[in-house]
Design a protein around this ligand. Structure first.
Ligand SMILES: Cc1ncc(COP(=O)(O)O)c(C=O)c1O
Length: 405
């Protein structure tokens, strides 16, 4: 059987380091118990695994107190925890055009149900946030600024230090779904107050586990309440971290896998992973940048983006428009006027080339409005640490052949 080439790492990374699977199998076969709810050895071992994963994540993100990290199901739950738990009626919230629906939908829901006020900061044609606009949008009632660290559509990485400088002391929620495990994230250096991450993308862990860091001094209402294994005599939810936010049995198997994944990241080095992904992206961009019949989106500079490349096939560039025309990463590429819909391309890549990609809007409709690819979306190639140069070369050759057609 021909090897399928997996280019959908922005949706979820694949494959996982073998030790992730081993840690999960070990948890299932040898540990198995619920942590913190008993004194027996298996329970204590489970508690040790959960605590040590929390500590490893704290080290990874330079978080002083590991207890300020709460395990969740995924980035979506982490983002919802902040949005529903932190905002009050009539607060003003700033989001960006690059946000994922995991931010936009809860925010729009609160706009309708609670009367919060929402401002969306526009992004330029490469996806960079308009920082000037941001500074003019701040109000005395601005309670939260939500920023997507790297776009899952075009990879663009935002300048978080500048955002922090502009918003001064306003709490900052960073959606690190695409960057945790891919970039060095230091919550102190970046001035992040809430860090939402997911375990199954660049952190290389399993699906069904994510996390949220909450800076000391900031408080939230939990999304759910229930048993925590602590202070069981009380019918009120504990108010301390992490118990306040971890009611019910967690995904302890997933947490075991995530702990092993973070060990893998430490051993391999985030810089090594990042350099590998950047060099693959460089090859992909270089192969495609002057191919007629396709348009590439985003900064088209591996240093400025996560290893994600969005492409459309035969999107027409109007005559006479040059680099200032949006949606081509600043490069005008000659295109024909026939269009192959992203879904068609995805099917061809699957059926004829055995290349797995994602097509459409990628749950980020406003990002496509910024890039000029709404409503059809793009074909998204997202690279991971386990991709090879050969994978990229085969993929580039397939794209060229489709574009020729
Ligand atoms: C930028 C961004 N935010 C949030 C999410 C949601 O992540 P999860 O599916 O792990 O909840 C994703 C997933 O694609 C994403 O790319």
């Amino acid at each position: 059987m021909k090897k399928r080439i997996y280019m959908d790492n922005a949706a979820t990374s694949f494959p996982k380091p073998p030790r992730v699977v081993e840690a999960m199998v070990r948890f299932m076969t040898e540990v198995g118990a619920n942590p913190g709810r008993s004194t027996h050895e298996q329970s204590m071992e489970a508690a040790h695994i959960v605590d040590s994963t929390r500590e490893k994540l704290a080290r990874l993100f330079n978080i002083r107190d590991p207890k300020r990290i709460v395990f969740t199901l995924n980035a979506t739950e982490s983002l919802n925890t902040v949005i529903y738990g932190f905002l009050n009626a009539h607060d003003h919230v700033i989001v960006t055009q690059m946000e994922h629906n995991s931010v936009l939908r809860p925010i729009r829901h609160l706009e309708k149900s609670m009367g919060i006020e929402v401002s969306v900061i526009p992004c330029d044609k490469m996806g960079f946030l308009d920082l000037d606009f941001l500074s003019k949008t701040i109000r005395p009632t601005t309670a939260l600024v939500c920023v997507n660290h790297a776009s899952n559509v075009c990879g663009v990485i935002q300048d978080i230090k500048s955002v922090r400088g502009i918003i001064d002391g306003i709490p900052l929620l960073l959606d690190a779904a695409q960057t945790a495990g891919e970039l060095n994230i230091d919550v102190e250096e970046l001035g992040v107050d809430f860090l939402a991450f997911t375990g199954h993308k660049a952190l290389l862990g399993p699906q069904g586990v994510g996390g949220l860091y909450v800076r000391e001094g900031l408080n939230l209402e939990p999304l759910k309440r229930g048993g925590t294994g602590s202070f069981s005599e009380s019918q009120d939810q504990p108010d301390f971290f992490p118990d306040a936010f971890e009611s019910g049995t967690r995904n302890n198997v997933g947490i075991a896998g995530l702990g092993a994944a973070v060990d893998f990241l430490f051993e391999t080095g985030i810089d090594t992973i990042r350099n590998h992904c950047m060099s693959l992206l460089r090859v992909l961009i270089d192969e495609l940048v002057s191919v007629p019949g396709i348009v590439l989106y985003g900064p088209l500079d591996p240093e400025k983006q996560a290893p994600i490349l969005s492409v459309t096939f035969d999107r027409a560039l109007p005559d006479g428009l040059d680099m200032s025309f949006g949606g081509c990463g600043g490069r005008a590429i000659p295109a024909t006027f026939e269009t192959l819909h992203p879904h068609e391309v995805g099917t061809i890549l699957r059926d004829e080339y055995e290349i797995s990609v994602r097509v459409g809007l990628h749950c980020a409709p406003l990002a496509h409005q910024a890039l000029g690819t709404f409503p059809d979306g793009t074909v998204r190639f997202s690279l991971g640490f386990f991709n090879t140069v050969q994978d990229v070369e085969i993929t580039a050759a397939a794209i060229k052949r489709i574009a020729e057609k």
